[in-house]
Design a protein around this ligand. Structure first.
Ligand SMILES: [Zn+2]
Length: 72
């Protein structure tokens, strides 16, 4: 393999790695979520999502959920 071919291969691999990283970031974004509450479908407060990116409920629904859990 010539040096030039090596360089091309490195470029292709770097490109592929970049694409993989972008795809992973996109996937993570999708997984972390829906910005909408799983219970009432209202948009979860930005502040809450910042503190708890994995939050799936809005604040009122979370409070209700925890109250129900405690009541059990
Ligand atoms: Zn809700």
């Amino acid at each position: 393999m010539t040096d030039e071919a090596n360089f091309d291969l490195a470029e292709i691999l770097a490109d592929r790695e970049r694409q993989t990283a972008i795809d992973a970031a996109k996937g993570a974004l999708k997984r972390s979520g829906s910005r909408l509450c799983a219970v009432c479908n209202v948009e979860i407060e930005a502040k809450r999502r910042q503190i708890l990116p994995s939050a799936t409920r809005c604040m009122p629904c979370q409070i209700e959920h925890e109250a129900l859990e405690k009541a059990r």
